[in-house]
Ligand binder design. Sequence first.
Ligand code: ATP
Ligand code: MG
Length: 375
Amino acid sequence: MIVQSIDLLNYRNIDELHAEFSSGFNVIYGENAQGKSNLLEAIYALAFLKSFRDEKIANLIKFGGQRAVLSASVVEGNRQLRLGLEFFQKTRKAYVNGALVSKFNDYLGLLRAILFVPSDVAMLQNPPLVRRTMLDRMVFTLRPSYLIPMMQYQKVIKQKSAVLRLEVPDTTLLDAYDDQLRGLGTELIAARLDYLRRLQPFIAQAFSHIFGENRHCAIGYKSATYRDEIRFDEAAQMPRDEDVCAAYIANLATSRDKEIDRRQVASGPHRDDWTLYIDGNAARYFASQGQQRALCIALKIAEILCLKNEAQIEPILLLDDISSELDPIRHQNLFQFLNQLTGQIFLTTTSKSHVHIDSIGRLFHIQNGILFGES
Ligand code: ATP
Ligand code: MG
């Protein structure tokens, strides 16, 4: 998948911009507050219809403006697509080949992108909700159809929570919600387990490339309704997905009194969590800062390798400001590894000297929202 070009109008601090990109490495350098992240964010928005920084659409429009317009020419195999987006103060519109999209679900997934931003490094320390959202987004990037059960599940949880907060909850209604949750919840758990199982070899590979051959990285998933944590590097000891799902269903069936008592929905995939281990130790507690950074970047690269391997799709990689993430050796290892990737990469940095790439496809300088192609 390649973004051949983009056009922006009134996006953040960018008045008007047209850029043609390389199918390999695109490096955007510039001083602080010039628009590097804004440009990456615009590409991200063309993939996900939203920002990675801000929930408010209005903030994406240039100060004082009414509308931001984004478009991109995207090639995948022999398919060429023109993606378009308009952000208004409160709404957004998406276009494919000039035609307005009526359901955003039809648009999402057309441009697959994997993003790394420095704040991702906190993912191990963040509350479970942040990690769950990250996992759900990873599953969705591999299988866009995951979005539907995921959104339905969240909706039913919300509806059920509202009923449980009533003075006298309607048990017939609760039964109806549980009927839906049984199917949706197991679908979510099964999809997450399936994804993490596929991701495991790739994260182990990427982490040892960046951090050192003898270091082993493993993924763990803790279902709130299953007794043990599931470790994906221990294939022999892994429970069957059906058993983990069955434990969720059993919990749902026996939790009604507790739910009414506490006025709260029982456990389920909305309470599950996952984490990473280095050589058997939970990275959250034992990994050094540098190891946590390497893990986080390895996770992004693993996502790409997994997508390529499982779906024959090569997503674009957006790396925002990785300059300060690693020591010189790990930095070098990372770039050696990035050099081996065949997909399109967008990388922003404050200095060209941070970039150790054999062949930069295109180099851009950004200043005050204006992009200058240098090669
Ligand atoms: P750094 O190296 O510090 O990360 P950057 O080049 O990534 O810098 P950006 O995050 O892209 O910087 O932001 C560039 C500028 O865009 C900032 O000065 C910010 O205030 C400005 N900006 C953000 N939103 C808007 C907006 N809606 N309208 C106009 N300017 C905006
Ligand atoms: Mg930035």
